[in-house]
Design a protein around this ligand. Structure first.
Ligand SMILES: [Zn+2]
Length: 117
């Protein structure tokens, strides 16, 4: 068992390094431990899968936000068009009312003999 601190080759199963006294149980977690290596690969794979899931979620969220923004913009345009239409209608009806009033006034004035046409 190689000491992680000084590299001294100790007897297998030693708890401490004979040379520098560092605890050797740390060796269980070293890079050479195949279990640790496998765990690391699994962790990396899990992390990658998680990252992909997060990325997918993020993209879906962004798409949802974009769709909502688009729907909102479309609604605003529609509302604006409707408002404009209403305004236009209001303008024409006002003009028509003025014309109507003028016509009635003219007819009354004609009936009273004040104007002639
Ligand atoms: Zn040592």
């Amino acid at each position: 068992m190689k000491c992680p601190q000084c590299g001294f080759e100790n007897e297998e199963g030693s708890n401490f390094c004979k040379y520098c006294g560092v605890p050797l149980s740390k060796q269980d977690y070293s890079e050479d431990n195949p279990y640790v290596k496998r765990r690391r690969v699994e962790d990396q794979l899990n992390n990658k899968a998680n990252e992909e899931d997060e990325m997918k979620e993020k993209i879906e969220k962004e798409e949802r936000i974009r769709a909502e923004a688009r729907a909102k913009a479309e609604k605003e345009v529609k509302d604006k068009e409707q408002k404009e239409k209403k305004k236009k209608g209001g303008f024409f009806s006002t003009v028509w009312k003025m014309f109507e009033t003028a016509l009635i006034t003219a007819w009354i004035l004609r009936f009273l003999g004040i104007i002639d046409f």
